[in-house]
Ligand binder design. Structure first.
Ligand code: GDP
Length: 297
């Protein structure tokens, strides 16, 4: 995890132009705090969250009578680590089967995430079923079928344009018949109309709750890390439409800026549960807050 994250975040440092390392090589003066704030903002932490971090760090440094930047680095690590305490980063698989709804706008990496997560759960010995409830995008079910072959998960799909709730109904029956441990539900990502989205997600939710009461353990929102602060605006719309229990942050290997993880925690109050670090089957990692902060700073 550490190495992959570190490799991903090297790009963040390149983007920013100067790494935290050079920042921490200097003096602990006002310039240090100004530069730190700038670095955090450029790293996609968002203006408000960055200012808050710097303010908290200043206070902590004073309280703990820290005199050097090296000590401030430790303080910054703990300030950032505490920010990530917004809920368990672990996937809730307490129900049998556990039904996990995966939502997010088109192109963020929902289908790929389901494929990778399916492979991970299969490796843990779980029976996994994919439900292709994104019936809106023509290739979505085909793509999910490829991932089901790759990962060894079962698949329930219907024709293009079918009612997503009907696919979910089929998937609930299949999961009972085949004794699935985990059902991963792919959903359509159009957000042009929040009311539509809300209606569709509610309808899917009602089918799950009726067919398999108390089985819906997670609603994961997939966010593309390369969209930075814009992704957060989308995320807030989804938060209003569905009760999000966790975030999957994809494309952290791209031109990603790791600061978004803190903005997510701060502004959405929801834990990141997985990060995507590539397009392959193995490129989904459980999010580890300690390792992430260490890799970043
Ligand atoms: P969906 O429309 O939300 O279902 O998105 P897809 O799963 O089809 O993914 C869109 C594109 O993003 C595909 O080309 C994926 O290979 C790519 N992708 C998904 N996750 C990652 C990731 O973690 N890293 C990289 N580099 N690419 C990713």
């Amino acid at each position: 995890f550490f190495d992959k994250i570190k490799a991903g975040l090297t790009r963040t440092k390149e983007n920013i132009g100067h790494s935290f390392d050079s920042l921490f090589a200097g003096e602990l003066d006002d310039d240090f705090y100004d530069e730190l704030e700038e670095t955090l903002i450029l790293g996609d932490m968002g203006v408000e969250t960055s200012m808050k971090v710097v303010e908290t760090l200043r206070r902590r440094v004073k309280e703990e009578k820290v005199k050097e930047t090296e000590g401030a680095r430790e303080c910054l690590r703990s300030v950032l680590r505490e920010m990530l305490d917004v809920g368990s980063p672990e996937l809730d698989l307490s129900a049998v089967p556990s039904v996990i709804l995966v939502i997010g706008v088109n192109g963020v990496g929902k289908t790929t995430t389901i494929g990778k997560l399916g492979a991970r759960l299969k490796a843990d010995g779980k029976r996994v079923l994919f439900a292709a409830a994104d019936t809106f995008r023509a290739a979505a079910a085909d793509q999910l079928e490829i991932w089901s072959e790759r990962s060894g998960a079962d698949l329930v799909r219907q024709h293009e344009g079918a009612d997503p709730a009907a696919v979910v109904f089929d998937a609930m029956q299949a999961s009972k018949a085949r004794k699935a441990d985990v059902v991963l539900v792919d959903t359509a990502g159009r957000l042009h109309n929040k009311q539509n989205l809300m209606n569709e997600l509610n309808k899917i939710g009602r089918v799950i709750d009726r067919e398999l009461p108390d089985s819906r353990t997670e609603t994961l929102l997939v966010l593309d890390a390369t969209t930075g602060q814009n992704g957060l605006i989308q995320a807030k719309q989804f938060m209003e439409a569905a009760g999000i229990t966790g975030i999957v942050l994809t494309k952290l290997d791209g031109s990603a800026k790791g600061g978004i993880v803190f903005a997510i925690a701060q502004e959405l109050g929801v834990p990141v549960k997985f990060v995507g670090v590539g397009e392959g089957l193995d490129d989904l990692m459980p999010f580890e807050p300690d390792a992430f902060v260490r890799a970043l700073i």
